[in-house]
Every structure is written in C-alpha cells, then in structure tokens.
Design a protein around this ligand. Structure first.
Ligand SMILES: Cc1cc2nc3c(=O)[nH]c(=O)nc-3n(C[C@H](O)[C@H](O)[C@H](O)COP(=O)(O)OP(=O)(O)OC[C@H]3O[C@@H](n4cnc5c(N)ncnc54)[C@H](O)[C@@H]3O)c2cc1C
Length: 375
C-alpha cells in the first residue's frame, strides 16, 4: 500500500511498528483469518529505520526453552518459503572448560528439540568449516548446519505483501501520538494522520515502546541499549569470495563476540563493551536521524546493496568501545590483522526480552490488560 493510503477510522486490531515483530504478527493474524488489521509505522516501510533493518539477522534454533525453539524452527520454515534464506549454519565455540560444558548442554537442548544436524565438533572440525579460525585455544564447537540468516529488508517486504494480500493495510510515515481509553480500555489510537477506533492495540515499538506505554500510564520495563557491529576490509585469505555468507557464523561466548562472513570480509558483533544505554526519548526523529547504509549487507569488494537511508535507531560508531573486541577478533582470526575497516554501526536494540506487548480490552481479571506476547 502506498504512502498516500487513507487511514481507516476503525479497525479490530492496530499494530504500532512495522519491524519484524509488527510485520510478522500482521502476517500471522491474517493467516489465521483476522484481516481487519492496520499496521502503522512512523518510518517508511520496509526501511523503517528501526532495529530490524540493521540486524545481520542470524537465526539460532537452539534454546533452553522448547517453545522458543519451536518458534525458531517454524520461523526458519517461513523464512525459507519467503525466499532469501541463507542456510550457512552456525558454530558456537568454547575456549574455556565452563563454556565447553555449556556447549554440551546446548547439544542436549538441540537433541530435545530435534534440531536438524546439530553436532559437537573437535577444533580440527571447526577449522574444516571455518578455515581462517585459529584453533590453538579452542576446546571444541557446537554446530547447527540448519541455522542461517535472511535479508531483513526483503523479509519485511515479503511479510507485508503476504499480509496485504489477505486484507491487512499498512501505513508508513504515520506516528502514533496518543492513545485514548475509556474505563481502562483502549478506545482510539491517535496518529498524525488521523484517528482510528480499535478493539485491540498491539505495541511492537521495540526501543520506542516505553514512550507508547506512557500514553496510557503503563510503564514498559525496557531499556534501549546500543549494540556495535563492525566490519573488516577485504581479507586476502578470502580473495575472490563474492557471495555474502558461505562460512558458518561463529559465536564466541568467552569473548562476547560473534562473527559473520561478508563475501571477502567479515562482520564482528560486539557485546564486549560497557553498556551504551540510550533513553527512548533521546532517539532522534526520522528528520534528525543520521543517514547511512546498513552495514549488515556490506561486502568489501562490492559495497552495500542498499543506498543510505535515514536510521533513527543508529548512532555514530564509537571506536573506543570496539578496541577490546578488535584485539580478541584478530587473536581468533589472525587474517583480520591490519584489515580493520572504518565502517561500523552502533544501533539501539532492546535490553529486555519482551519486545512486543499488547493491550487488549481485557476481562477485568487481567487488570491493565497489558499482556506479553513474544520476545
Ligand atoms: C546491530 C544489531 C544486530 C542484531 N543481530 C541480530 C541477529 O543476528 N539475530 C536476531 O534475531 N536479532 C538481531 N538483532 C535484534 C533484532 O534486530 C531486534 O530484536 C528486532 O529487529 C526487533 O524487532 P522489532 O520489530 O521489535 O523492532 P523494530 O524493528 O525497531 O521496529 C519497531 C518499529 O516501531 C516503530 N514505531 C515506534 N514508535 C512508533 C510510533 N509512536 N508510531 C509509529 N511507529 C512507531 C518504529 O519506527 C520501528 O519501525 C540485532 C539488532 C541489532 C541492532
């Protein structure tokens, strides 16, 4: 639906946010037969500028929680059907005994949830899959060949198109500014493009969710935290590699880092820094946001597939927060030495597992009607 589409004045369900949570919920509601659904996003759809369009988007199926494992397995099937799913696998590595014990528990979890192909690897087997890794300190690895990744912009577009074909309407550049209630029940959602009377509102606003909670005096326990993702320049050992992701992801729990191949380079996700906390109200508007290309699909010898666009959830990359990560990265991947790229992103994501909350007009026993849906 185009930017000019008229906002209806009534909907059974209004979803705030067209990131992966909002689009996926719209898709699932529509598939179950609820077509009276309206999705609004203050940014352009699918390049909303929220967290989704920055994510390197690795999907891990193994989880200590069997429900989450089931959701992840079904998600993989949806991604596969949507197109653009890259099944390059993932390897978690251990360099300490504690982590090796943890990886053995991960293997048990994978067995319990029937994750296809999961196996424990020796250091030499890890190297067979990721030839540029240094194995000296490795104790072993946990490999899931059926994990992978998807291009998030294409994914949002695919979920949106499918939901639209089933009757859902999407409205970009439409900001929710207030929510009116009667006797504690949501009645009207106020936007800068009109008012919509609703039965239910589902808040899939991620790092902005606390601001939406304030509109109905419901605190949402979520703190936006910035997460760093850096990339290397072309690496000689990967000379000639064109395709985005062929080697498995590597998750290095002992170093709080993960690695993803980008053609002839690599991406480095960094949790090895002091928390970078950002207030929801300090996130810039679309107009004030920095304009940048997403780093997640950058390939050194080709550049980025997407042109730069406004990204409110993005902040400038702070090199000082990346120093320890880079040191550890070059220790594990000696071929990275001297190949540090100036490109990188520092992007806000949530620091609470409950990304998505819904308000319904509830039975009175549900109090405020705030009910967690999914993380
Ligand atoms: C660098 C980075 C790497 C990541 N890597 C991975 C990974 O490999 N695998 C993985 O699973 N996850 C990863 N994540 C996390 C993942 O991206 C997020 O958990 C997920 O995208 C959150 O989706 P969302 O739909 O909740 O939020 P978002 O995509 O942020 O969507 C929220 C939307 O709400 C809209 N909105 C907010 N307020 C309003 C309002 N008042 N009116 C209208 N619209 C509004 C915003 O414009 C936004 O589009 C990563 C995140 C980052 C930042």
């Amino acid at each position: 639906m185009s930017e000019q589409s008229e906002l209806p004045d009534r909907a059974e369900t209004l979803i705030v946010g067209a990131g992966v949570v909002g689009c996926s919920t719209a898709y699932h509601l529509a598939k179950k037969g609820s077509s009276d659904v309206v999705v609004v996003d203050k940014g352009p759809i699918p390049k909303t500028g929220g967290s989704t369009v920055h994510a390197p988007a690795g999907l891990t199926q193994t989880s200590p929680d069997r429900t989450l494992a089931t959701i992840a397995k079904e998600t993989r099937e949806i991604y596969d059907a949507a197109g653009g799913w890259e099944e390059n696998g993932a390897i978690e590595i251990a360099t300490t005994d504690e982590c090796w014990e943890y990886l053995n528990r991960r293997m048990d979890q994978a067995r319990t949830s029937d994750i296809d192909g999961a196996e424990l690897l020796t250091p030499d087997q890890v190297k067979e899959h990721v030839p540029i890794i240094e194995t000296e300190d490795l104790i072993g690895g946990f490999h899931v060949p059926t994990d992978g990744r998807i291009d998030t912009v294409s994914l949002l577009d695919g979920l949106k198109t499918d939901a639209e074909n089933r009757g859902v309407s999407f409205h970009e550049r439409t900001t929710v500014t207030d929510i009116e209630t009667t006797d504690g029940a949501v009645e009207t959602v106020v936007t800068d493009r009109g008012r919509v009377r609703v039965d239910d509102i589902l808040v899939a606003g991620n790092i902005w969710a606390p601001l939406i909670g304030e509109m109905v005096d419901v605190p949402i326990p979520l703190v936006p935290c910035a997460h760093q993702y850096g990339v290397t320049d072309s690496i000689e050992a990967l000379d000639g590699w064109e395709h985005d992701v062929e080697q498995p992801w590597v998750r290095h729990w002992d170093g709080d880092l993960y690695f993803r191949q980008h053609g002839d380079g690599y991406g480095i996700g960094n949790y090895n820094h002091d928390p970078i906390i950002v207030g929801s109200s300090d996130i810039p508007s679309l107009d004030d946001a920095i304009e940048t290309e997403p780093v997640y699909d950058y390939v050194p010898n080709q550049g980025s597939r997407h042109d730069p666009f406004k990204q409110p959830s993005s902040r400038s990359f702070t090199e000082s927060d990346f120093e320890d990560a880079w040191r550890e990265a070059t220790r594990l991947f000696p071929d990275f030495e001297g190949r540090r790229s100036s490109k990188g992103s520092t992007v806000c994501s949530r620091s609470h597992p409950t990304t998505c909350l819904s308000w319904a007009n509830p039975p009175t026993s549900m109090g405020s009607g705030l009910r967690p849906l999914s993380g």
